[in-house]
Design a protein around this ligand. Structure first.
Ligand code: GCU
Length: 841
């Protein structure tokens, strides 16, 4: 076939404005300056395709788009054997027909690819070859990523293989358009019970996923809506599959095991009932007629109130296999989630332990699951906490395929209002050596199928992007989606290299930008941990509510089993074999030797595994209680540093994203104070032990709102008490009238900064005005839509006003104007003396 040359005006990348809203994420393809672009002058002016598959065509379009955007050059598009220098795209099999002698030095498998330079039919070519079409697309993204990062593309000879065949995203979208644990707007897939008419964002999402090697996506909540398999819904799903298809992303859905009965009209959903098996078979035959490349299903059963096989005395293997057998003829997979536990545990029984559930239930079933079933295991034994040990179940399934489930959406890690780059924690879990049978069996090798020679396995990330322009509601949070893809493609990559790549592509190649953003991101998980859940305490959030702000009491004395067992003497769950719940016994002997003895348990997880007195001295030499206090203060300092570091990038980043991130990091530094005080006050009260540095419960610059002169404001108790300073706040008595507090300034003359701690609920938009004497010095509205309808640790936030000249006797007046259900609540004011020439914070 002749190499047909055509001139095309490639579709230019996202517009400048759109890109700066964050929609383009790391695929901005920012134009290179003249100097940087010079290195790519010798790139061929044409591109050829060796095949005609849909995904290959996408690869070529993407190549043209990227080069046009970055280098301002429009490649000539052709196909077949090159008649000039070209970037050739295809599969290894296709290359064989054109250039039989050209082979990579390594075998190409799965979705792998090879980037190289070679003479093809006498023309110098850059060759981008996949083991399959998808691999070629991944090769193109990698090639473009190199240019975006100003790396050389001449003389390339690089083979990349994914670490595992399964690299899926899960979305927890509901058919009504809401998203369970989604923090970035409504669903890109569904609205009002149907698939959206406009699926542009779905195709854009497919592109983002493909760019980091993610090859499948389930689109609806694991708490599955039965209608997803309805006869009317399947054609709608087919439209989503169509939007994903050009990107090599297979569609999957979550299904409910009771569907044969509840939707199908049978009188049973017993997995061993032949009628049930027939129902599943017919259903999936029907589905595959509409979506021949459908990937598979996720199943959540017998968990958190969902029906499951236990209803009929059957096992998860029975439930998984009946569905798997109906998928097998179509090459589909069942992801059966191991997140099965009793949430009505008796907390008074010290032997009870939710952490044991997954292993107790699934380990005895090892070998009983069909080959197209993957047991999908959350990384830790509880539930996406800020730090957990690796789930022992990874070592407990040797004759069963497994995948690790990671959470990109920051349910327990700040809900994208706090920056928390999770790759370092995932990396720790993946690198953790389960030491099964005394040999090296790191989690990453187990889920890849290598340790126990399993045919499939891999990775699932719960993403929950929404309609927000920047996908996750926080520009910095996108590093978690990027990082998930990159890390699961190659778990040997370091968090440092991943964040550097992401920063260069998302923001800029400027060394200061790269260094500063990388530093913030790399420090962010430990920072978040330091003020929300140190020493393996899990995230001490309100687990009965939003999972967002502080709420340590909510862990205790209920059936959910996230207990930390704090009392006046000590804290921590004793999970040892000798005296505790025996959870440690679910690990191999070598791992037991780390976690069973208190002395060898790392400080970072000590309270996950042991109950100790507050005065117990850690490896660090500090007591438990002082570590808790100090780390919360350190955490706040670190969030303040993030703000200062970010400010050093002023002018180096486009204005919109600079301001967005500044606002987000500033908010985070204020909410870190809320967390710090809540957790420290709580432990102070329960332990009765003072902070040796005298900070806890002692805030000399702070004036409680309830102690100010109130006009129209009434004091109230906040619940739980630790969500407000002193357990109290004030709010307007008359919900329609403005109300006022007055502070008579008693300090010396000088420059001051004010921190006004108030509550921003999602059921009203109150307005606040601050006056000194008659002069209005600041005003704002409370419209952050924090996840609360009352004043508490979720809604508590602060306004910072700096550079105020105050004299003794000055009257500071704050006026609150209530709105709807929000009565302009206030917690306290802090007045800080500023240095003579003090940079704004
Ligand atoms: C968490 C989360 C739920 C979710 C569940 C799951 O408990 O809070 O919203 O349904 O995990 O993973 O199934």
């Amino acid at each position: 076939m002749a190499f047909v040359l055509l001139f095309v005006y490639a579709f230019v990348g996202a517009t400048h404005t759109k890109a700066e809203e964050g929609a383009a994420a790391w695929l901005r393809y920012a134009p290179l300056d003249v100097e940087a672009a010079r290195h790519y002058e010798s790139l061929p002016a044409a591109t050829g395709l060796l095949g005609d598959g849909l995904v290959l065509k996408t690869a070529q379009t993407e190549l043209v788009r990227g080069l046009k955007s970055m280098l301002g050059r429009t490649l000539r598009i052709g196909s077949g054997i090159p008649t000039e220098e070209a970037v050739l795209i295809g599969t290894l099999a296709q290359l064989r027909d054109v250039a039989p002698d050209l082979k990579p030095q390594q075998e190409l498998r799965g979705d792998g690819f090879w980037l190289t330079s070679a003479q093809v039919h006498g023309h110098r070519c850059i060759v981008i070859l996949g083991a399959n079409d998808r691999g070629a697309l991944y090769g193109v993204f990698t090639f473009l990523s190199r240019i975006a990062r100003h790396l050389s593309v001449s003389g390339l000879n690089e083979v990349q293989q994914p670490s595992a065949p399964v690299r899926w995203a899960n979305q927890w979208d509901n058919l009504d358009g809401t998203i369970e644990r989604g923090y970035a707007g409504r669903s890109i897939f569904f609205e009002n019970g149907s698939v959206r008419t406009d699926l542009t964002r779905v195709s854009d999402y497919g592109r983002l996923l493909a760019s980091v090697g993610i090859n499948g996506c389930t689109v609806n909540n694991v708490n599955a809506d039965l209608r997803v398999l309805d006869v009317d819904f399947i054609p709608q799903l087919a439209r989503i599959a169509q939007a994903f298809r050009p990107w090599g992303v297979q569609l999957g859905v979550s299904v409910d095991v009771s569907t044969p009965k509840t939707l199908g009209g049978l009188d049973s959903f017993d997995p061993l009932d032949v009628r049930v098996a027939e129902w599943w078979q017919k259903k999936f035959d029907e589905l595959y007629r509409a979506i021949p490349d459908f990937g598979g299903v996720v199943v959540k059963a017998d968990s958190e109130g969902r029906l499951g096989p236990s209803f009929y005395g059957r096992t998860p293997a029975d439930a998984a296999n009946v569905i798997a057998r109906s998928l097998r003829p179509h090459n589909g997979i069942v992801f059966y989630r191991a997140f099965v536990y009793n949430h009505h545990l008796d907390w008074t029984n010290l032997k009870n332990d939710r952490a044991k559930a997954a292993y107790d239930i699934f380990h005895p079933l090892d070998g009983k699951f069909d080959d197209n079933v993957i047991v999908q295991i959350k990384y830790g034994p509880i539930d996406f906490q800020v730090r957990e040990p690796a789930s022992p179940l990874f070592g407990g399934l040797q004759k069963t395929n497994s995948a690790i489930e990671l959470q990109i959406t920051q349910e327990y890690t700040g809900q994208q209002r706090h920056t928390c780059f999770l790759v370092p924690t995932w990396k720790q879990v993946l690198d953790f050596d389960m030491r099964v049978d005394g040999r090296s069996t790191p989690v990453e090798e187990i889920v890849a199928g290598n340790s126990f020679h399993r045919p499939i396995g891999g990775y699932v990330g719960v993403v929950n992007v929404g309609l927000d322009h920047n996908w996750l509601g926080n520009h910095l949070a996108l590093a978690n989606l990027y990082g998930f893809g990159r890390l699961v493609w190659n778990p040997n990559l370091t968090p440092e290299s991943i964040i550097e790549e992401w920063t260069r592509m998302t923001f800029d190649n400027d060394p200061l930008v790269v260094r500063t953003i990388s530093e913030i991101q790399l420090a962010s998980w430990r920072t978040y941990e330091s003020y929300t859940g140190v020493l393996g305490l899990q995230t001490l959030t309100n687990i009965l509510g939003s999972h967002y702000g502080p709420g340590p009491e909510s862990q205790e004395k209920n059936g959910w089993g996230q207990w930390i067992r704090a009392d006046s003497q000590g804290v921590g769950m004793d999970r040892s074999i000798a005296t505790g719940t025996g959870f440690v016994g679910q690990y191999s002997n070598d791992v037991q030797n780390i976690y069973e003895p208190l002395a060898s348990t790392p400080d970072a997880l000590v309270l996950f595994f042991h109950h100790v007195p507050y005065t117990y001295k850690l490896h660090s030499g500090k007591t438990v209680i002082q570590t808790i206090y100090d780390s919360h203060y350190d955490g706040v300092e670190s969030t303040n540093r993030f703000v200062a570091e970010w400010k050093s990038l002023h002018g180096l980043i486009d204005g919109a994203r600079y301001q967005d991130v500044l606002a987000q990091l500033t908010y985070q530094s204020g909410h870190a104070v809320v967390w710090r005080d809540a957790i420290n006050d709580w432990f102070h009260r329960i332990s009765g032990i003072a902070d040796v540095k005298g900070r806890v419960g002692n805030h000399p610059d702070r004036i409680e709102a309830e102690s100010m002169l109130l006009e129209g404001y009434t004091p109230m108790d906040v619940n739980p008490w630790e969500g407000a300073s002193g357990g109290k706040a004030i709010q307007c008595t008359d919900t329609k009238q403005p109300c006022t507090v007055i502070i008579r300034f008693a300090g010396s003359s000088g420059w001051y900064a004010l921190d006004i701690q108030y509550f921003d609920q999602n059921n009203g938009v109150s307005k606040y005005q601050v006056f000194v004497g008659n002069q209005l010095v600041d005003e704002w509205i409370a419209d952050l839509h924090l996840p609360a309808t009352e004043p508490n640790g979720d809604s508590s936030t602060r306004r910072h006003i700096s550079g105020m000249a105050l004299r003794p006797g000055d009257e500071i007046r704050i006026e609150g104007i209530p709105d709807a259900g929000e009565f302009a609540p206030l917690d306290y004011v802090e007045i800080h003396k500023m240095e003579l020439i003090s940079p704004a914070r």
